[in-house]
Design a protein around this ligand. Sequence first.
Ligand SMILES: [Zn+2]
Length: 818
Amino acid sequence: MKKALFLLNFLITAVISFTNAQQIISPSSFLGYELGTQFTNHHKVVDYFSYISANSSNVILEKYGITNENRPLFISYISSEENIKNLEQIRQDNLKRTGILKGNTATKVGIVWLSYNVHGNEASSTEAAMETLYKLITENKDWLQNTVVIMDPCLNPDGRDRYVNWFQQVRNIPYTANPDALEHNEPWPGGRPNHYLFDLNRDWAWATQIETQQRIKIYNKWMPHIHVDFHEQFINNPYYFAPAAEPFHETITDWQREFQTEIGKNHARHFDKNGWRYFTKEAFDLLYPSYGDTYPTFMGAIGMTYEQAGHGKAGLGIITENNSELTLKDRIEHHTTTGLSTVEVATKNTSKMIEEFQKYFDNPKLEVKNYVLKGDASKITSLTRLLDKHEITYYTTKESSAKVYDYNSKSNKTIQLTKIDLVIPTNQPKGKMVKVLFEPETKITDSLTYDITAWSLPYAYGLQGFSTKNVLPVATTNLENQKNTFVENAYAYIHKWNVVTDAAFLSELLKNTINVRFSNADFSIEGTKYLKGSLVILKNDNEHLANFNDLIKNVSTNLNEKIVAVNSGFVSTGFDFGSSNYSLIKPKNIALLTGEKVSPYSFGEIWHFFETQLKYPVTVLNTSNMGRVNLNKYNVLILPEGFNADDKELKTITEYTKNGGTIIAIGTALDNFSNKKDFLLKTKKDSLSDNKKPNLIPFKQQERNYLNKIITGSIFKSTIDNTHPLAFGYDTFYYSLKLSGTSYKLFNEGINVGYFPENATNVSGFAGKEALKSVSNSLLFGVENKGKGQLIYMVDNPLFRSFWENGKLFFANAVFLN
Ligand SMILES: [Zn+2]
């Protein structure tokens, strides 16, 4: 079916190209409706770009990937005929400026990358992309002499088509501008996120989503001089463009500040002429490295966000606060104007822009020369996978001593380096990004930012972090060395348990009906020590499998997991394998709540975790359906953030735990149980609702005062009771990304598996003074037994944006080791 359609499109394109070879037609003529009078589905956007590239010698199309729902991701290169012929040379020359490639450059062409519609329901920008393409190759062809424009008309086609399809189904004909109407009120989960309900504009640096992974591959091949991320905001907001708001990350150079102001001034000129409202320097800061403006900025570009009024609320037209109508046509016109204006500024400043771009990569001056990471080999491996995605280089070093700054003790000391320590140099093309991702603390010039303020990767990956001002010698140790030895008729196989990929391995074993046990105590056998949580796979448990040995061999080889075969169940320390201290892990039937009552992001994070990381089946259950489902069929019920049960639902899930079910509640889902007589969970003083004193803070300062009461994402050290299975695989401490100012009292009767001790303080990131006080002696991970079942409370969401790698095993433990 797909193929047939493709062929049809191709034939239409071919016919048009035959009849109109010389004359390029506008999006309106091509689509058969005036642009802005309808939303255009992704496949038709692809058609228009394909048509242009087939008919214009100024445009080439390149497919760079595919979405979860099988929609194509593509970019187009727009430039003069000569540049298009010379594209590979231009690309290589640009990489030479960054130091990624070596050699002299022969060309001097600016590279402007325009990214549209990362948020699916901010749907005007993809329409504007078609118009911008058309205007670039018709009215503004002369700009293309010294510029290559790279356009990605839709970064998030799954989310955008979710919005567009819905809109087409429910709209009035003709459309209504009345904001009450259905067409202005998008249903859950909305078109903003991608298939797995991730916000792709929070994912650039973590690259957890396939759209991002495929995009940064091609982004890194080009490293543009300017990158624009087109967005939409609330319907009454004027247009926003650069310069951005404080805080700026300290690596941002004066030139990057100045040139975005230049670009903003040019937009202002066009907007002034038309009498359009706009604002700059407010609301959108440049700190968190995972946005479509900051990521390119830290990669040397002028990275900018442009925001038009509209998004999922605006439809084809909507009445705004000043009683005028904001139409899709207006939105397209504004985004087209800023897109073209950006290219206009680039073409007028090519030499200077290229020169300053090159200077950004002059990294030998960075004070810290290396970040050094120590820790478990598999944790180091998972970090190197992220570095590989960004083409950040790293190496291993020789055994020697080095003067370092130690993140943990926050002091300078001398440490002993080993062959398997990971060294990440800042003297490399991506050196500034290395600094942003690895520095222990982000310098914040202004705390008024509502995104997380800490992300330091050593903490996120559960590794010891150090920085050094010295250059360390390079050695070549192969970090991934997973040779398995198999013996026929082994008595048992053992596998360690300390990173989330171990849980993915377990998942694969369970799916193959292999019986697996986990050890409740440390043990040693045949000269090796294994920690609590280690998996023990006994031949005796698997006599139902004729091909047991082959299965084990295949699963461990396919997943590149190291297993150790042993010939006896008699241990040298700990308990023998026949002991009841090795618990059989039963396959789990898992239900995950979804629907209007839960946070789409939190639900999406869990869904994505099961399907793409654990690869273990999960039943997605709509809360509206809960009363009709026999929950007792499920071993585990997961309540994402935002879930707020009514009395009947609370009764149902309480009964469920009493009957033996395990509930995992995350973040704000804890509100269902806190301060209620049947449950142990109690909040500490809630700083946000503490209104006993009259509020005499001047109105103007209140937004800043509010900051005292919140934590939006900073790193705290917690104490872990790793004798409980929920914490198997962890040390006695854990760095948690704290995402809210709400804190809970420690249990008197339940189990405090993770908690913030007395005088707990933020090791990195911003925390409001008042919120900070209640973190001391508060709960992080708690278990409350209820009847035959249990409630597992996770105060900080360990799956947040899927980037806090070291938290994920807690979630796997909650699912499998209970
Ligand atoms: Zn947006």
